[in-house]
Write a protein that binds this ligand. Structure first.
Ligand code: ATP
Length: 457
């Protein structure tokens, strides 16, 4: 079985229509990626799974969809304008740029963490340990400097009257600035949660590893507003809740681990990531953060609007604490792609490639295959039309049935429905299971319910 590296996965994704290089016909724009027909479905299904778990199945949970462009004061209040910087270091010889903390961790095979080091300490560590540039082999670096991750853009009616605004680097602020609106319009009581799914933009020092670290990506952020003193309980709950979410979608527990942050930002009480064992090492999929009352207090200070909550029973007034659960969409998709990929040797010695996605995540739930095009296509089209009004279904009539099974395996389609003479005479079809390759016969009227049951999450 070939080893699935980040490069082989990227080329597999490009070949079959999961993910393409962004702006490919112009030679590509580095670290931008376009989701193709299969990838876009997979990603949407992952987002739907999150919506189901975090919004639909949780009482007092509300989804919003805030603007990407926000008032510039939002980013002053959040602290991003003053401190959303990464430490960068450049090789003076070959001009390659590195994120200094990651550079130290990679150079020491993960044995040294620079999480708690100052810029000066990182610089000294690199110098004292004679760490060489992995690209040109020299030991000639600039000092460690600040690199702003904020993407600036401008708005204004005339060219000389433009003011700076930012592409949001996270979704969370959209939830914080709408806390009062949601409270008022839903009449929710603490604890309650606001979540949203949307794009975020970060000018990363070293993007890379395919869709793991990009400059434009998607997040599913979820803020739980709670009474001070109940925050740590919420924090522990959401740490586990997020991990369970990945396990239920098919990531094996032994390839997941918690990483408690050693260094906390000054206002945070606790922070923990769920990490997945990618081929390039354990890396963050999501974060759970106890952010105290920092965000709402800052917005109260900068906007002049009261952010207090009045307890309906005790009449006590306070600013709620926030526990955040933030899930990266693209990193989740990357882990799911790695986990789904299998190569299996068939009895005839050939190899089949199959994407074993959780059926809920599969881009197509079923594919309809007329055994002989001339004889069965009409009936198969009728079945396809009926089923496609219920879920995403593919239709494939070209090539041998074996080849069509292989194609549907690569797409990760859990069920292949073959239409043959029995369908014409008895209204039955055979359904082949993607993972076991076993076939069963069902009457046509049972098919939708059978598949509907199997694809539940
Ligand atoms: P990292 O330490 O990897 O830079 P972070 O701790 O800064 O990530 P958060 O600010 O907590 O990340 O963002 C929440 C989630 O958004 C992350 O867990 C990750 O899944 C995702 N994410 C953050 N930055 C990127 C990026 N540049 N590309 C893709 N996904 C990202």
């Amino acid at each position: 079985m070939k080893e699935m590296t980040i490069e082989t996965l990227a080329s597999f994704c490009r070949q079959y229509g999961f993910i393409y290089q962004g702006s490919e016909i112009y030679g590509g724009l580095a670290n931008t990626w376009d989701y193709g027909p299969l990838g876009a479905r997979l990603k949407n299904n992952f987002k739907d799974a999150w919506r189901k778990r975090f919004i639909q199945e949780r009482n007092n949970s509300f989804e919003i969809d805030a603007s990407i462009l926000m008032h510039p004061r939002v980013w002053e209040a959040s602290g991003h304008v003053a401190s959303f910087y990464d430490p960068k270091i450049d090789c003076k010889h070959c001009k390659t740029r590195f994120r200094a903390d990651n550079f130290i961790s990679e150079a020491t095979n993960g044995t040294v963490s620079a999480e708690c080091m100052t810029y000066e300490e990182m610089q000294n560590f690199i110098r004292d340990n004679h760490i060489k540039c992995p690209v040109c082999g020299r030991e000639d670096f600039t000092d460690v400097r600040r690199f702003s991750q904020m993407f600036e853009t401008y708005r204004g009616t005339v060219d000389d009257n433009k003011s700076v605004i930012y592409l949001r680097p996270e979704n969370a602020q959209g939830e914080y600035v709408n806390y009062i609106n949601v409270l008022r319009t839903t009449r929710a009581k603490l604890p309650f949660s606001i979540g949203q799914v949307g794009k975020a933009f970060r000018n990363e020092v070293t993007p890379g590893n395919f869709i793991f670290r990009t400059i434009e990506f998607e997040q599913m952020e979820y803020q739980t507003f709670c009474k001070p003193g109940t925050d740590l309980e919420q924090y522990e709950y959401f740490k586990e809740y997020a991990k369970r979410f990945y396990i239920d979608l098919g990531l094996p527990e032994e390839k997941l681990r918690f990483h408690d942050h050693e260094k906390l930002v000054f206002y945070a009480k606790a922070a923990c990531d769920v990490e997945y064992k990618f081929p390039f090492g354990f890396s963050e999929l999501n974060g759970t953060h106890d952010r105290t009352d920092y965000d709402l207090s800052r917005h109260q200070e900068f906007s002049g609007q009261k952010m207090e909550y009045v307890d309906p029973v005790t009449n006590e007034r306070f600013i709620p604490y926030i526990v955040e659960s933030t899930v990266g969409v693209d990193r989740g998709v990357l882990a799911l792609l790695f986990e789904a990929y299998h190569e299996e040797e068939l009895p005839d010695g050939t190899i089949r490639e199959v994407m074993k996605f959780h059926p809920y995540l599969a881009p197509y739930k079923a594919t309809v295959l007329p055994l002989i095009k001339k004889r069965h296509a009409e009936k198969a089209t009728e079945i396809y039309q009926r089923l496609s009004s219920i879920f995403m279904v593919d239709y494939d009539e070209s090539g041998s049935i074996g080849k069509r099974y292989r194609r549907s395996d690569i797409c990760g389609t859990p069920f292949a429905i073959t239409v043959d003479d029995n369908t014409l005479c008895n209204n039955t079809v055979t359904i082949r299971d993607r993972d076991t390759m076993k076939q069963i016969t069902l009457s046509l009227k049972e098919v939708a319910e059978y598949i509907g049951e199997k694809i539940k999450f």
